[in-house]
Design a binder for this molecule. Structure first.
Ligand code: EUG
Length: 608
């Protein structure tokens, strides 16, 4: 294929770019994804309604006057209306207008425009403006929350606050405290690059893809894979603009430092004094986090390894073997247990190259293809890493082997046992704090590949995993989708990530993914399992499953919302939390509400 694609922006050219040293990674992904997309999938069709899409209950003259006022406050060029054709772009050059991985028509979950604050004071100005005009605002850091809604607001016509473009400084990097103080626009890529340039030997805990915001991911309670893999647990101190415009600092940050300096213990102690409020600013719409402290792990020696397991049906036993190792911290990080089909998908293979029928690829076909790979014939693959001095790691590996080799047919691979292109080498980078892009490869599974995740939490006991796994497997088959589960294992639970990959140019493919997740959320809740995070279109349903004692938790959430955001302007509906003026007016979306993603979306527009 001809390489006529424009180069991916570097971190020097754009806050959302890639470090120059990692450009080859970006070029490889871009080429692969481009080669599997059709023009329709790449760029969505022009829109037919009057643009920009207005927020609810705001007429055009009022909106225009409000925008004019905001432009006067921020500067003309920092308020941009969403009036152009929507372009899905790709991971590294993504839109801040809508969800690039749309489940509904792309023009459904759209903004009216975007503004670009340069400071906390600018954010205050925007918030006060929104209160004046009752215009919903939706902050994003980078907008790379892919699989969960990307940059899109839940309410059509909201104004996006793109924090990342101009607020992207590493405010502090402390090699002794091993911490940093960050603005929303700092990505895993850029923090990694900044640390490298500083000469400090610190790791950034990175997720599978390195383009996200460190602050944004932590606030959404995302996961990474070093011993610091629980991102929210490793944040320390916030600065937040409340929905009414006041600024607060949490933890030790509430105590002023000497002569107006930041408190010297802000990034050392998470709690401060009094109620620990940080939690209400994660997965919520109670404030705009403009600064966050984060702990960084000192670099250490490490060895990543891959275990393969022979039998499909052995996963409950695998999980039961993992549990004591995880609780005892013999597994020092967040390892992943992946179905063997992912050994195929991670190579960037297309489904069509191994199977030409509709419906899920049959297990025997998957098995045959997997057998040709370096992992050999197997059903499950476990990616782990041991840390510390050589003697430590040798001892840990011995314990790990002894445990897993109880299962007949288990094999261990070290990086030296597999070709240099094998995924184990990418895993070794991720598990030692180096951001990569390799995980994008499985989007090539179908043409115009997009993904949306069903992400329940499961206790690490064999019988629980079996129940959830069987549920997901059965529903995926029913909806004709390929099932590739990844289990991210923490001490006592696993995040069961079921990514559904669909063709975003195909209404029937979207419908299958959408309906499958709706069904799974309900199935899981009936059995007592719930999601840790979800796409915008499922947030009401997921929030609705956390309904013990007559929905006591949501009642509390709503009381907080109404107290903190009395005019209901900040990300209405985010995480299922609606401010009073939106409640019970038909905004909530759920299972069985008759809404068809291919024919009617979140707004009023019909799609024919
Ligand atoms: C993954 C993806 C997620 C998530 C956690 C882990 C990893 C996939 C899209 O969401 O929440 C391999």
């Amino acid at each position: 294929m001809e390489t006529t694609l424009t180069p991916t922006p570097t971190t020097q050219e754009s806050h959302s770019g890639i470090p120059p040293s990692l450009i080859p990674l970006a070029e490889e992904s871009k080429l692969l994804l481009h080669s599997t997309s059709t023009p329709l999938g790449r760029t969505s069709a022009a829109r037919e309604e009057p643009l920009p899409v207005l927020p609810p209950d705001v007429d055009r003259p009022t909106f225009n006057a409000a925008i004019q006022e905001l432009r006067e406050g921020l500067g003309e060029e920092w308020v941009v209306l969403n009036t152009e054709e929507l372009d899905d772009g790709w991971y590294m050059e993504h839109p801040n207008t809508h969800d690039a991985h749309h489940v509904f028509p792309p023009w459904d979950l759209v903004s009216s425009g975007v503004c670009y604050p340069s400071s906390t004071a600018d954010v205050q100005l925007i918030v006060r403006w929104a209160n004046k005009y009752l215009i919903p605002i939706h902050p994003i850091s980078l907008g790379r929350n892919f699989g969960y809604g990307g940059a899109a607001p839940r309410v059509r016509g909201s104004l996006i606050i793109d924090l990342g473009k101009r607020m992207n400084r590493v405010l502090k990097l402390d090699g002794e405290n091993c911490s940093a103080l960050l603005e929303p626009g700092v990505t895993y890529f850029s923090l990694w690059e900044t640390i490298r340039a500083s000469g400090l030997d610190l790791w950034v805990d990175v997720p599978d893809l390195g383009g996200g915001s460190v602050l944004g991911n932590a606030c959404d309670r995302g996961v990474g894979y070093t011993p610091y893999g629980d991102h929210w647990a490793n944040h320390c101190g916030l600065e937040v603009v409340l929905p009414t415009g006041e600024i607060v600092r949490t933890g030790m940050g509430a105590l002023p430092g000497k002569e107006g300096e930041d408190n010297p213990t802000w990034q050392s102690f998470q709690y401060g004094y009094g109620p620990f409020l940080d939690g209400i600013f994660s997965q919520s719409n109670y404030g705009i986090v403009t600064t966050m402290g984060v702990w960084l792990m000192p670099a250490t020696q490490h060895t990543s390894y891959m275990l393969t397991f022979a039998e499909e049906e052995s996963y409950p036993e695998i999980m039961s073997l993992i549990r004591p190792l995880a609780i005892n911290k013999v597994l020092g990080n967040v390892p992943q247990l992946r179905h063997a089909i992912q050994e195929l998908t991670i190579t960037g293979l297309s489904r069509a190259s191994i199977w030409d029928q509709p419906g899920s690829v049959p297990p025997e076909v998957v098995r045959k293809e997997v057998a040709k790979l370096p992992c050999g014939e197997c059903s499950w693959v476990f990616y782990g890493t041991v840390y510390g001095p050589a003697a430590f790691r040798a001892q840990q590996l011995k314990t790990i082997k002894r445990q897993f080799f109880q299962l007949p047919g288990t094999r261990l691979f070290l990086p030296s046992d597999v070709p240099s292109t094998h995924y184990l080498h990418s895993r070794a980078l991720v598990c030692s704090g180096q951001p990569v892009l390799r995980e994008l490869n499985w989007l090539a599974w179908v043409p115009n590949g997009a993904h949306v995740a069903f992400s329940p939490i499961c206790p690490t006991g064999g019988e629980h995993v079996k129940k959830l796994y069987e549920m997901c497997k059965r529903r995926c088959k029913e909806f004709g989708l390929d099932f590739f589960p990844t289990l991210c294992v923490a001490s006592r639970e696993a995040h069961v990530i079921v990514e559904l990959v669909y063709d975003k140019s195909s209404p029937s493919s979207k419908h299958a993914a959408y309906t499958c997740i709706r069904t799974l959320i309900a199935d899981a809740a009936r059995a007592g399992y719930g999601e840790y995070r979800t796409h915008l279109v499922f947030s009401d349903q997921v929030a609705g499953t956390y309904n013990w004692n007559g929905g006591a938790l949501m009642k509390l959430n709503e009381r907080l919302k109404d107290a903190l955001d009395p005019r209901g302007v900040l990300s209405p509906g985010r995480n299922g939390i609606w401010p009073r003026r939106f409640r019970d007016k038909g905004w909530e979306m759920g299972e069985g509400d008759g809404r068809e993603c291919s024919t009617q979306g979140v707004g009023m527009k019909f799609y024919t």
